[in-house]
Write a protein that binds this ligand. Structure first.
Ligand code: HAM
Length: 437
């Protein structure tokens, strides 16, 4: 065992799945590739192009973009200074994508920019099931339009991913936050109302009441939820244009057959939102119930220094939480990639032949395994079994002399003599036939 362990709240993703000490199943790398490939396939079908931005960003971008008063900026940033520059490990990707859009004038590509991403994010949270310090998000940002169709298409693309992966029983909550100006009026009214109950509020809610009263709406405490029943409602403060936009989004979702529930208390933990917000939940997740979330953020570009407004909408989703839900649903997993052929060698001359032939078979497109340790034939056959190759070859002096190999099909036990000269062709045909079956 090494002196070192991975940092709490981060994971090694290994060739095989395993259970970490927090009792979480960590999916195998092949499962990650499968889920990522599905995400990409669905999003590309929805006409999104990939964007990759650095994991390191200027701290100020996140502070301004996500908002000084948010939990993320207040207590969850992995930020550090090096030679006078302030760096942060990105806690999310929306502000970085908008930075990149503005920096590279992506509007000049023409039309609406539909961008997607998949990659790691970092938040210094207290690790627990579904909440990690390094986690992975996939998401989209639709930049350059305030059309309600962009909101509805964003949500529909998100839903299509969960559908493609066969995730049952998610709950989509929807709300509108209106414009920041109207929201300010609402926050003032909410603060007045909550102040009359201040003595009954938890320490957390009292702190939020001071810094960011909207966040009190997120409370999970029942007695606070009861207090909120009588609180002023955001929807009563939202202007007519916002309501009309919200109605259009709801109508378009209905057209697409996307079910949703309106939740006037859905506020989300990032400050850049305007108008539509949404969150996708799964009951299978427990306390950290959000699979994905997002919304419109029409003012972020200006907060980041743009002269002109750049309306935009997007969502992001957590990969680890997606795996938790896939586990709970018992969704079928892709097999760990296994070799097509395992070639065992007996003796030094055979080892050299196997080494060369392995290369030739790989060049022909086959996935080939062999021994790299000079182990006994028995150990090599054990390894062939462990790797579950459907075909094995054993090469020794006799085979070299006869210039023919015995190809054993493991499932049936059937053996075929194949001249060396025909080996590539024979194995390729066998593997192709199996793939087609
Ligand atoms: P968010 O709600 O902060 O939104 O994160 C989106 C998703 O990332 C969550 O629903 C959750 O699945 C996952 N997630 C967040 N924090 C953690 C964590 N510590 N451990 C595991 N998973 C986590 C955003 O990040 C916005 N940028 C979404 C967005 C995109 N809005 C507009 N465009």
């Amino acid at each position: 065992m090494s002196t070192f362990q991975n940092i709490k709240g981060t994971f090694d993703i290994l060739p095989d799945p395993y259970t970490d000490d927090g009792d979480t199943r960590v999916a195998a790398s092949a499962e990650w590739r499968f889920v990522e490939a599905t995400v990409r396939e669905v999003l590309e079908r929805h006409n999104f192009d990939e964007i990759r931005t650095p994991v390191l960003e200027p701290t100020e971008l996140v502070a301004r973009g996500v908002g000084e008063a948010t939990d993320i900026v207040q207590k969850e940033m992995f930020a550090f200074e090096r030679s006078g520059t302030q760096y942060v490990l990105r806690p999310e990707v929306t502000a970085p994508v908008m930075r990149s859009f503005l920096q590279h004038h992506l509007d000049q590509r023409g039309g609406v920019q539909k961008l997607y991403y998949v990659g790691p994010c970092f938040r210094a949270e207290q690790p627990q099931k579904g909440r990690y310090r390094q986690f992975h998000q996939f998401g989209v940002e639709v930049i350059g339009t305030d059309d309600a169709r962009a909101d509805a298409e964003t949500i529909a693309s998100m839903m299509a991913i969960y559908e493609a992966l066969g995730i049952p029983e998610t709950r989509l909550r929807l709300n509108t936050l209106g414009t920041p100006e109207r929201r300010e009026e609402y926050v003032a009214a909410l603060r007045d109302y909550l102040q009359t109950y201040e003595d009954e509020l938890s320490d957390t809610s009292r702190r939020r009441l001071e810094r960011n009263p909207l966040r009190v709406l997120d409370t999970k405490l029942e007695h606070e939820q009861n207090i909120l029943q009588g609180a002023p409602q955001l929807i009563d403060f939202v202007g007519d244009d916002s309501l009309a936009h919200y109605d259009r989004v709801k109508g378009l979702l209905a057209d697409l057959g996307v079910d949703y529930e309106e939740d006037p208390f859905l506020v989300r933990g990032l400050d850049y939102y305007t108008e539509t917000t949404f969150e996708l939940e799964s009951a299978a997740l427990g306390a950290q119930s959000a699979l994905a979330g997002g919304g419109r953020y029409d003012r972020l570009a200006e907060v980041l220094g743009s002269d002109a407004p750049v309306p935009a909408v997007g969502f992001a989703a957590g990969m680890e939480r997606l795996f938790l839900v896939l586990d709970a649903a018992g969704t079928e997993r892709p097999r760990v990639p296994r070799p097509d052929v395992f070639i065992a060698a007996l003796g030094e001359a055979a080892e050299r032949w196997v080494f060369r032939t392995t290369q030739a078979l790989r060049d022909a497109g086959l996935h080939v395994a062999h021994d790299l340790k000079g182990r006994s034939l028995k150990a090599q056959m054990k390894e062939a079994n462990r790797q579950a190759a459907p075909y094995t070859l054993i090469i020794g002096d006799n085979e070299l002399e006869a210039e023919a190999a015995t190809v054993k099909e493991m499932a049936s036990g059937e053996q075929t003599e194949v001249p060396f000269a025909d080996l590539v062709e024979h194995l390729t045909a066998q593997v192709d036939a199996e793939g087609a079956a």
